[in-house]
Design a protein around this ligand. Structure first.
Ligand SMILES: C[S@@+](CC[C@H](N)C(=O)[O-])C[C@H]1O[C@@H](n2cnc3c(N)ncnc32)[C@H](O)[C@@H]1O
Length: 176
């Protein structure tokens, strides 16, 4: 199953358009349908997409984007100027099937995947490198903020969007 672009994707895409610059080296982690990688590729040629899901990897490859299978950074070599990540960020819901949960569930509390991501991200950022993420109020915003600052990053909330039962947040994150 490949994640169908939704409000979170479109909110993040708005900032991909804004922050990707010509010749930037960009990583789109958890690429899914490839929406963020494709948007970035309109601005820079240097885009790598990655996903844990083989089906998504094959799908995005066919769009002519360099794509690899990777569990977070497990197969990612090198450093980037911008890392884009629309993570699975919802708390576990036992009624959801496994395949769908892989695209939506960030762990029991929802923020676990983001926590692992931030522990590893610094090694993959160039000097002045930045990160763009999106997540939801269902994830526990205070905890996400704490994870980011604990890992010595600064955050700027770029945007928020009210949906029916949640608020989406788009963040720009950079080195202290
Ligand atoms: C919410 S979807 C986002 C898809 C797309 N980037 C977008 O903006 O619409 C999350 C994506 O992260 C992928 N993913 C989940 N866990 C991952 C992990 N540990 N490493 C890499 N990708 C992961 C899922 O397969 C899914 O494609």
């Amino acid at each position: 199953m490949i994640y169908e672009p939704a409000e979170d994707s479109f909110l993040l895409q708005k900032y991909v358009k804004k922050f990707v610059k010509k010749d930037m080296k960009v990583l789109d982690l958890g690429t899914g349908s490839g929406i963020q990688a494709e948007t970035a590729k309109e601005i820079t040629n240097n885009v790598l997409a990655a996903d844990i899901n083989k089906e998504a990897v094959e799908f995005v490859k066919k769009k002519g984007i360099k794509t690899i299978q990777s569990n977070l950074f497990s197969n990612i070599k090198g450093k980037f100027d911008l890392i884009i990540f629309n993570p699975p960020y919802l708390p576990e819901d036992k009624r959801e099937d496994k395949e769908s949960a892989l695209t939506t569930t960030g762990g029991k509390k929802g923020y676990e995947t983001l926590e692992k991501f931030f522990k590893q991200a610094k090694k993959h950022l160039n000097k002045n490198g930045k990160i763009l993420i999106v997540f939801s109020s269902l994830t526990n915003k205070e905890k996400v903020n704490e994870i980011i600052t604990k890992n010595n990053f600064k955050l700027e909330q770029l945007d928020s969007q009210n949906l029916n039962h949640e608020i989406l947040y788009a963040y720009l994150i950079y080195h202290q």
